[in-house]
Structure formats: structure tokens, C-alpha cells
Design a protein around this ligand. Structure first.
Ligand code: HEM
Length: 413
């Protein structure tokens, strides 16, 4: 195949031999998002790639590229004509999986949907949910505060985002949250691709039923009713039922599979850095800045994919028409060309140029809600449990693929 190697223009730290010695594999020509070593050495790998590897290639399955610098990620994310979302966002997508709107579509279909969905998650609308989210954060803390310890993820971090989204926005019963969280997690991280597809299938089925039920109910004027009303595409056709279900699935994935990692990582960082905890307690006005820095440094969306619609060159690497390309938002947010000491967490960092919520037309629709959840978590937690630490032996565990999540974190106070 006439493909120029991403390794061609790189220095001696990025020769295959040097990479294999340091990382156990040739990151530049043989990357794998699902490699357990990437999960274990996440920060080190990201920092290295952000400095040294503008583009890497994976041989897994049909193969994929990863674009790693902030300028290139931004340019590709804006250029949807060249980097299309319509063939999916995950590499080696299991066959038969329905495409998710709006994520796996391009303008003008994408624009039609975003136009009607955006108002339901605007900064103003989300500000109206803030008190409920704070109350929920406190209700969760009430359940374990007297015990003097908790498993943060299952008792708080995996619950608050789902509660915030289900109660305020979707009107889904929170009793079904555990099943959906599990379905989304297994659908994303299960090593067996059939297992991923089966779990996705269950989430689809549940949300399809919910949408059908709501279509029999009086209108509430909420997000679900907007989805049910659908949109008219440019060719005059009405959005089909499958598109409506997939909108709900996409929103549910975003609503419950992401914020937990930033939350858990922030709480862990403050558990292990008492001076930073004190800084936020003494300067609560820093919390808003701190959550941007945490979002920058702990990106739940490591990378999302596009398909090249034509041959294109990125940082000296030729990507052929039809090849799959990941935009590594996680690396872009650590690009040393755009910030000082990107490998350090600095809660007072000014003008944090991160790409954690994506860039361009697909930029995260839920970022306003996510920010409210994160601010409420830090503020309410530090008010109620200002002194706490990681329980001996309770260090966080993680799972990583194109998303990253924290599985467990034991705390005590
Ligand atoms: C810290 C939390 C979150 C992070 C880091 C995050 C990250 C992202 C990123 C990087 C994208 C861009 C996708 C792309 O380029 O293809 C995205 C899109 C999206 N996010 Fe989020 N997200 C978060 C929270 C949420 C929440 C709470 C919701 C739901 C309320 C949500 C729903 C969505 C949806 C539906 C899209 C697709 C938008 C489109 O394709 O137009 N996200 N998110």
C-alpha cells in the first residue's frame, strides 16, 4: 500500500526499537487503544504522544490513524467534509450496529438535529438544574458520610451524572440507571466485539420501548417530545423512527458514560494533594477553573473517529480515502505547543485550551450539564467532607479504550 509511514519524520526516541523498549510496542506504527498497557500507562503515553507523535497508526482490525496535536485535531474536527462522522465514531465498528444520530452524521442532517436539541441543554436551561444536582449530591453523601468511608464510583461518581440527566432532562426512572450504566460500559469496553454489540442492543431496546411509551403519553414539551417530533431533512423526508431512538441512545451514552471519570479523578487528586484541597476550600472561586483543568487532564473521551472522504495529508502522513481516523482529544489537550507544562495539573492555570468536549460541529451538547455536575460535586463534597484520603489498598482502577473511565476508588475520612 502506498502509505507514508508516520515514523518517517521522527527522532530517535520514536524509532520502533526505542518505542518497543520503552512502551513494549511501536506506538507510532502499531498503536492499540485497547492495549492494557495504554490503560496502565495512560498519562505517560499521552504525554509522550502529545510531544513526539503527531500521527500514529494502529494495525488492529481494519486499522486506524490517530491525530494527536491540537492544531491538527482542531482542523480535522472542523473539516467535516474531509473527515466524515457518517461512517461511525469507533474504530472496527461491529457489523450491524445502527448509526447514532447526531454523533454519526454530517451536516446538513446533523445540523437539523442539533438545532432542535441544543436549546434543551443550553447554559440557561442547565443552570435551572443546578439546585437539584446539588441536592442529589448531598443525598448521595448522606448515605455514606457516617460510615467514614465509601467506594466513590459506585456510591457517587457513577450515580450523580445519571441522576442529573435522567431526572432533569430525560424523565427516565433512576431505578433503571444501573442496568443502563452497565450496558453502556460493556458496550464500550468489553474486549469481545460481539459482547459490545449485544450490550449496545440491550440499551437500544430499552430506550426504543421508552420512546414508544412516551409517544402514547400527553406532550410534556421536553427533550423527549422534541425527539419524537423529529426533523425534516433537506430532501423533504421526515426523520425515521430509528434515528429518533438513536438520538436518545447517543444522549444517554454521553449523559452517563463520561462525567464520572472527571469526577472520580478530581476527587482522587484532591484526596492525594491536601494542599490543593485546601487551596479550593480557601478559594472557592477557583472551583470553576479547577474543573476545566481536571477536564483537560482527565479526558473521558480519549479519541473519537472519522472516515477520510478523500486522500489527505496530516503532519506528513498520507491518509487514504476510506481510512479511519481518530481525533485524539486527550492528546490535543496536552499539546506543549499550546500550554506550559501540560503534564502538570495546575488548578490556577489561566485560559485552559482543552479539547475535552470536542471541537467543531459535534462539540459536546452536554458540556453545560457536565460542568454543573462537576462544580456541584467539588463544592458539596469539600463542604461535607473536607478531610479525606484514599483508603489503604483502595487506589483507583481504570478501564480505557476510546473512552476512559474509573472503575473503583475507595476513600475514608
Ligand atoms: C465531562 C463530560 C463529557 C465529556 C468529556 C464529553 C465529551 C464529548 C466529546 C469529545 C464529544 C465530541 C464528539 C465528536 O467529536 O465526535 C461529545 C459529543 C457529545 N456529547 Fe458529550 N461529553 C461529556 C458529557 C456529556 C453529557 C452530560 C451529555 C448528555 C447530556 C453528552 C452528550 C453528548 C452528545 C449527544 C454528543 C454528540 C454531539 C454531536 O455529535 O453533535 N456529553 N461529548
Amino acid at each position: 500500500m502506498n502509505r507514508s509511514s508516520p515514523a518517517e519524520s521522527l527522532d530517535k526516541e520514536t524509532t520502533p526499537e526505542a518505542l518497543i523498549e520503552r512502551f513494549g510496542r511501536d506506538l507510532v506504527n502499531d498503536f492499540d487503544l485497547d492495549d492494557p498497557a495504554f490503560n496502565d500507562r495512560f498519562d505517560e503515553t499521552l504525554n509522550f504522544m502529545a510531544h513526539k507523535c503527531p500521527v500514529v497508526h494502529s494495525k488492529v482490525g481494519k486499522g486506524y490513524y490517530m491525530i494527536n496535536t491540537q492544531d491538527d485535531v482542531r482542523a480535522a474536527a472542523q473539516d467535516w467534509q474531509t473527515f466524515s462522522s457518517a461512517k461511525g465514531y469507533m474504530p472496527n465498528r461491529p457489523d450491524g450496529l445502527p448509526y447514532l444520530m447526531p454523533e454519526e452524521s454530517d451536516p446538513p442532517i446533523h445540523t437539523r438535529w442539533r438545532r432542535v436539541l441544543n436549546p434543551h441543554l443550553s447554559p440557561k436551561v442547565c443552570a435551572g438544574y443546578e439546585q437539584v444536582v446539588r441536592d442529589d449530591a448531598n443525598a448521595l453523601i448522606d448515605k455514606f458520610i457516617d460510615r467514614g468511608e465509601c467506594e466513590f464510583i459506585s456510591e457517587f461518581g457513577a450515580l450523580l451524572p445519571g441522576w442529573a440527566f435522567f431526572k432533569n432532562v430525560l424523565g427516565l426512572p433512576i431505578d433503571d440507571l444501573a442496568m443502563l450504566v452497565n450496558g453502556v460500559e460493556e458496550g464500550t469496553f468489553a474486549l469481545d466485539l460481539d459482547e459490545r454489540a449485544r450490550n449496545f442492543g440491550e440499551v437500544f431496546e430499552y430506550l426504543d420501548k421508552h420512546l414508544q411509551w412516551r409517544s402514547t403519553q400527553p406532550s410534556r414539551g421536553d427533550l423527549i417530545d422534541t425527539i419524537l417530533a423529529g426533523v425534516t431533512y433537506d430532501d423533504g423526508t421526515e426523520s425515521p423512527w430509528e434515528h429518533k431512538v438513536s438520538i436518545l441512545v447517543d444522549l444517554t451514552f454521553g449523559g452517563i458514560a463520561t462525567t464520572t471519570f472527571v469526577m472520580g479523578s478530581a476527587i482522587h487528586h484532591l484526596a492525594t494533594n491536601p494542599d490543593q484541597r485546601q487551596l479550593l476550600i480557601d478559594n472557592p472561586e477557583l472551583v470553576e477553573n479547577a474543573i476545566e483543568e481536571y477536564a483537560r487532564f482527565f479526558p473521558p473521551v480519549v479519541a473519537l473517529g472519522r472516515t477520510a472522504t478523500t486522500d489527505v495529508e496530516v503532519a506528513g502522513t498520507t491518509i487514504k480515502e476510506g481510512e479511519f481516523v481518530m481525533l485524539t482529544y486527550a492528546c490535543a489537550s496536552r499539546d506543549p505547543r499550546h500550554m506550559d507544562e501540560p503534564e502538570k495539573i495546575d488548578l490556577s492555570r489561566e485560559g485552559i485550551p482543552h479539547s475535552t468536549f470536542g471541537v467543531g460541529p459535534h462539540r459536546c451538547i452536554g458540556s453545560n450539564l457536565a460542568r454543573i455536575e462537576l462544580i456541584a460535586t467539588l463544592e458539596e463534597w469539600l463542604k461535607r467532607i473536607p478531610e479525606y484520603r484514599v483508603k489503604p489498598g483502595g487506589e483507583p482502577t481504570y478501564v480505557t479504550g476510546f473512552l476512559r473511565s474509573m472503575r473503583t476508588l475507595q476513600l475514608e475520612w
